[in-house]
Design a protein around this ligand. Structure first.
Ligand code: ADP
Ligand code: MG
Length: 240
């Protein structure tokens, strides 16, 4: 049973959501349209495709971007994560090696990975995407450089992942609203990054929390339940 008020709130959220989605899709579509039109005119003038390799590259780039945007919205809409055994350390290694390319340059990357991390169960794509969002936020908080530290650890029945930066930090209002859909303090932000991160953590039965101080930096923490222990994993001593 849904009250009229709840229904109106749902419609308002849907409206903002659709507005954001069309905004995210329009930029790459506009670029695609421009490039395609230009190529068509050039072709009509008798110029060959070969002379316009860079425009074909641009077309391809924008199609890939559209694909990523569509993928993000699909993941946001997905409620049930796939549950597969997952090595969080390996996931961190993979994401960081890719994100290193997006590093504005002056940011030092540090990994502190627990050597005996228990396995967890989870959706590798969703979690990798969540981590990418956290790393991107950290880079964006450190435009003039700093240190990004990604840690993993075991934490009573859960595995923990934290992303720490020494960047701008958040004021009280931002700390309060950071996980809200569409909340952003950035000129071109979507405000969906941390909302997605929290949704992913909660869909895994875990949590996403933050600690931040203005001018000092921010720590984002994810806790994910460990995979239920297999009977064979119980050691002699504990089995008594
Ligand atoms: P977006 O990055 O598109 O703004 P997010 O949901 O990822 O959206 O983040 C919401 C807001 O939270 C950001 O606009 C920023 O104000 C704040 N924020 C997120 N991560 C950090 C961080 N690492 N350091 C400082 N502020 C942050
Ligand atoms: Mg973000």
């Amino acid at each position: 049973f849904v009250t009229r008020r709840e229904r109106l709130e749902q419609l308002a959220t849907l409206g903002r959501f659709s507005a954001q989605m069309s905004h995210d899709l329009r930029n790459p579509i506009a670029a695609l349209k421009g490039a395609a039109q230009y190529l068509k005119e050039e072709h009509a003038r008798g110029h060959s495709w070969e002379a316009h390799g860079e425009f074909l590259d641009l077309l391809l780039e924008q199609v890939e971007r559209l694909d990523r945007v569509a993928g993000t919205y699909q993941r946001l809409a997905r409620v049930e994560p796939l549950r597969r055994p997952l090595d969080l350390n390996r996931l961190v290694e993979g994401v960081l090696s890719l994100q290193a390319f997006a590093n504005p340059g002056a940011v030092a990357l540090t990994k502190v990975l627990a050597p005996d991390l228990p396995p967890c169960e989870g959706d590798e794509d969703l979690l990798a995407n969540a981590l990418e969002n956290l790393v991107r936020n950290a880079f964006e908080a450190m435009p003039t450089g700093g240190t990004l530290t990604v840690r993993t650890g075991a934490d009573s029945g859960a595995v923990a992942l934290s992303v720490e930066d020494t960047g701008a930090g958040m004021d009280a209002r931002t700390r309060e609203r950071a996980f809200d859909d569409f909340f952003t303090t950035k000129a071109t932000g979507s405000g969906l990054g941390l909302a997605f991160v929290r949704r992913v953590a909660e869909a895994h039965g875990g949590t996403a929390t933050l600690t931040s101080a203005e001018g000092r930096g921010t720590i984002l923490r994810l806790r994910l339940p460990t995979a239920p222990a297999l009977p064979s994993a119980v050691s002699e001593g504990e089995a008594a």
